[in-house]
Design a protein around this ligand. Sequence first.
Ligand code: NAD
Length: 255
Amino acid sequence: MNNSLSNKVILLTGGATGIGRECALAYAREGAAVAVLDRNLEDARKTADEAGHDSFAIQADVSDGPAIEAAIKTLLDKCGKLDAIHNNAGIVGPSRPLHETSEAEWDELQNINLKSVYWTTKFGFEALVASKGTILNTASMVGVIGQQDHAAYVATKGGMIALTKAMAADYGKHGIRVNAICPAIVWTPMLERWADAQSDPNATRRLFDEMSLLGYTPHGDVISDAAVFLLSDQSRFITGCILPVSGGAEIGYKR
Ligand SMILES: NC(=O)c1ccc[n+]([C@@H]2O[C@H](COP(=O)([O-])OP(=O)(O)OC[C@H]3O[C@@H](n4cnc5c(N)ncnc54)[C@H](O)[C@@H]3O)[C@@H](O)[C@H]2O)c1
């Protein structure tokens, strides 16, 4: 622990489980108070309690603009400032090419994975200007290189990557840095369930391990280590960065 986020107040969406949970714990270890925003209040509370350090849970759906406005007001009333927003909440399904994706599925993915960044930015912007804060987006390697049978999801992550660059370009003059992390495959409860549901779970797990040049599938700690860096002053001259945390999987795909 380096106290690299000492006294920072961080709004983290999708912080109840998986990658977000790892980030919440890491931010608090580094001295931050974390507002763990999630639609799953029970797990968000567990994570906030485990993180400690004045962290707390907020129940909200990131696709619901008025709910995000209210959540950020609650945070500001409680903490008096906002130093960083980590847009991490996301959903993956459906596993289908575009023409087989329903309009409802398309809209849900866009609203949760991408439009959510619009809401948190719209309602958190003034506070970030005041703190010269930071925005971090959890995108995905599939937004860079594509993926079969996940067109709508891939579109949201590609959009998030483009948005990261556009926001970095607009907000640099306010001293606000905007970056994205791109995981490839990371073990989270969601991925565990998906692998277990495949016809040969062991073969699926082996395939995941082989995708990485480093030969294994990590847990969310590899993402939270990078996220701590991108939210801390150690990355003070880094903005508009799309950082793969992928074990080189994008190179491995060429095999
Ligand atoms: N796990 C991976 O391999 C992987 C790879 C690339 C990118 N990602 C991205 O990482 C992020 C986290 O994924 P994860 O694997 O930890 O998944 P997860 O399902 O374990 O966690 C996602 C969290 O977001 C919350 N959430 C979902 N929809 C929400 C909504 N509408 N409002 C509020 N909260 C909501 C869930 O309740 C959950 O706590 C996602 O954006 C995902 O696309 C994950």
